[in-house]
Write a protein that binds this ligand. Structure first.
Ligand code: GLC
Length: 682
């Protein structure tokens, strides 16, 4: 390979560069990036090509044009589904079932591979503490232990045991590192993270993906403690490769090499290319600084060609692990797409995952609803099908089951009516009136409200995470009818729900539940399924508490309840410290009791036993959670840390004894050297 061909192999372009292959239009999108036709012919990977016919056409043309006959990689954001869309990851996490996440990833991989995708830019495992940040919807929440289990499960689901299996795709752990700590919850903003906190909270889930064999890693947009991750050799080389032993490929985020100039750490594109190459970025996504300046940098001795060779080798190794040199088309075929995309088995899995992801926050006993009632479904999500959430990949609204469709089809109610009521930026009086009338002519009003899916996700930070004003107005009018109100929230983040909670007979957090989300809501409110979700991100009472998370440090003046009147404590004068709903919280339609808890310590292990009993009238699924507190250590420690959990399904009156074995790792913690330390003690 010539040096320029190597640099092409390290360049990722979007599919528009390829679809007009060999036509004069090629100079269209290219002129700005000053890329020649032969560069495209040797380009290493394509972003955003979708469909077996499209990817096969590009691959065929590419292999014909590439003198080196190196197959091109197809990459895409398959975050929570490809065509069959699962709940957003913050919802999937609430199932407290990594196995469900693995299945979701496995199904997503099958569908994506059938359409020619080789690599998914997932899992996103940025730990989050700030619901102003729109990308909390892609994360699995505020706890490093639970995030790590999910991270490994997603990787296993996408990759299986052998990437040569044609229905698997390579996983890409992102965004390294600490992107979720964006100051003020503003996307792409600065992150300042002390090394203890970085290694104890933000890094474990990335490392879990590496240990699970993730084939790729993506550097994050943000500056981490003054150095953008894209130019951060300590992060990508010393930690990711040397300390964690990552052997895979590192890709920049979209245009992030070029953005080093905006960060102000590269005076021009040539220095941007130098810093990214030197930091260990193998593939440059959607800019062409490597191509433009790589040869010069090598000629000037600034970059050693051996480093470029190493990067190219990692890209070729990924292609080899995927079996592309033997079969550049793998399972990409229109027949496979017809067989797999949105098949009944996948829809069923998506429905089950959606039901497990929803969290019952309040219930005065009205749920599950009685058979034969007249139910009014009100709000934009009553008949709305835009419940896929951000990163909905190739999911289609017209293939989504709405709540109205599912409730009607259930045949459970004597009458089912629906009214839109209000949207997201403004309420129409006639619509509001119609909604009020619909509610008045029913026995119970189910309000299906929240955020539009474009109000969360990338570049969708909010300074106020309240319900949109129009929805508050609708809520107010429906509550004033005096009919019992059940509120179902669709959102990509925790919203401020204090008032909604107070004035609703029941409250369900549905997230964006995906293709079968409407059916999952119907199954819950009719009692066909039991609510079993538990939150993995705290719901604040107000904006002022943010960032708010359960595994915080004590401070020197903690509020412990012993001296509530005392002024000089770490608290507010206008709000409690506690969240509206804490991490780990969720109700079911029954009640459980936990008793007989004991903890035997021997050496550096602890065996915890507990008895959990279903004391209610209905079957239930309880998630028993074990937390520890390290009372005294060389650095401050969280007042509470999740270290184990187990879901148990219990029939009425049934009880089960659960035994947890906590090993040395459960009582160890990371310090600023990035290593685990065990200090013992109480
Ligand atoms: C976006 C996102 C990243 C995604 C990439 C490719 O900007 O930050 O998560 O994988 O670009 O779409």
């Amino acid at each position: 390979m010539t040096l320029r061909q190597k640099l092409s192999q390290l360049t990722q372009l979007d599919s528009s560069f390829f679809l007009k292959y060999g036509t004069s239009e090629l100079t269209g999108p290219l002129h700005g990036m000053n890329i020649k036709e032969e560069d495209v012919a040797c380009c290493g990977s394509v972003l955003g090509a979708i469909g077996a016919d499209v990817t096969r056409e590009i691959q065929e043309k590419h292999l014909a044009a590439d003198p080196l006959k190196i197959p091109v990689l197809f990459m895409l954001d398959v975050i929570h589904g490809f065509r069959t869309i699962f709940p957003i990851n913050l919802g999937l996490a609430c199932a407290w079932e990594p196995e469900t996440a693995r299945q979701a990833a496995e199904i997503s991989a099958k569908e994506a591979a059938a359409s020619g995708i080789h690599v998914s830019f997932a899992p996103m495992e940025d730990l989050v503490r700030d619901p102003r940040w729109g990308r909390v919807m892609e994360s699995t929440g505020e706890d490093p232990y639970l995030n790590s289990l999910y991270s490994a499960a997603f990787v296993k689901g996408f990759q299986g045991n052998d990437l040569r299996e044609p229905d698997r795709v390579a996983a890409c752990i992102k965004h390294i590192a600490g992107y979720g700590a964006a100051e003020a919850g503003r996307d792409y903003n600065t992150t300042e993270i002390g090394l203890n906190t970085l290694f104890e909270f933000y890094m474990p889930a990335y490392r879990a993906a590496v240990d699970a064999g993730a084939a790729m890693a993506m550097a994050s947009f943000n500056a981490l403690n003054g150095v953008p991750s894209t130019a951060n050799r300590w992060l990508l080389n010393d930690i990711l490769r040397k300390k964690w032993g990552f052997k895979g490929t590192v890709i920049s985020d979209w245009g992030a090499v070029e953005k080093l100039r905006m960060h102000g750490v590269a005076k021009d594109r040539k220095e941007a290319a130098y810093k990214a190459l030197n930091a260990g970025i193998d593939i440059e996504m959607m800019t062409s600084d490597y191509l433009q300046f790589g040869e010069e940098l090598v000629r000037e001795g600034k970059i050693n060609e051996a480093e470029i060779d190493a990067a190219v080798l990692r890209v070729l190794d990924l292609k080899d692990r995927l079996g592309l040199f033997e079969d550049p088309y793998r399972s990409a075929s229109a027949d496979n797409e017809k067989l797999l995309l949105l098949c009944e088995e996948h829809r069923k899995a998506a429905c089950e995952a959606a039901a497990k992801s929803m969290v019952l926050l309040e219930n005065n006993g009205i749920l599950p609803l009685k058979k034969g009632m007249r139910v009014a479904l009100i709000g934009p999500f009553a008949e709305g099908k835009d419940i896929l959430g951000g990163w909905g990949c190739t999911g289609r609204f017209d293939e989504t089951v709405s709540v109205y469709d599912a409730v009607k089809a259930s045949g459970y109610f004597s009458e089912v009516t629906a009214a839109y009521g209000a949207g997201f930026d403004g309420a129409d009086d006639a619509e509001l009136e119609k909604a009020v009338k619909t509610a008045e002519n029913s026995d119970v009003a189910v309000l299906l409200i929240g955020e539009h899916q474009d109000m969360s996700g990338e570049a969708a930070s909010r300074t106020d995470i309240s319900l949109p004003a129009a929805q508050k107005k609708l809520f107010d009018k429906i509550v004033k009818t005096g009919k019992p109100v059940i509120t179902v929230i669709f959102s990509g983040r925790p919203l401020l729900l204090s008032e909604t909670a107070e004035r609703s007979e029941a409250l369900i957090q549905a997230w964006f539940p995906g293709t079968e989300g409407g059916r999952a809501v119907a199954d819950l409110i009719t009692g066909k399924t039991e609510p079993q979700g538990r939150l993995t991100m705290s719901f604040p009472r107000n904006m002022g508490q943010i960032p708010l998370y359960y595994n915080a440090f004590s401070t020197g003046r903690p509020v412990t309840g012993e001296n509530p009147a005392e002024r000089y404590l770490s608290k507010y004068i206008d709000s409690p410290n506690t969240p509206l709903y804490p991490f780990g919280y969720g109700l079911s339609y029954s009640h459980t009791e936990i008793s007989g808890v004991s903890c035997e310590v021997s050496g550096d292990k602890a065996t915890v036993t507990a008895e959990v009993k279903n004391t209610g009238e209905r079957e239930t699924t309880e998630t028993v959670q074990i937390y520890i507190r390290d009372m005294y250590a060389s650095v401050v420690r969280p007042v509470k840390q999740l270290k184990a959990f187990k879901k148990v399904r219990l029939m009425p009156g049934e009880s089960e004894k659960i035994i947890f074995e906590l090993g040395r790792e459960s009582f160890s913690f990371y310090k600023e050297d990035g290593d685990l330390h065990f200090e013992g003690g109480r």
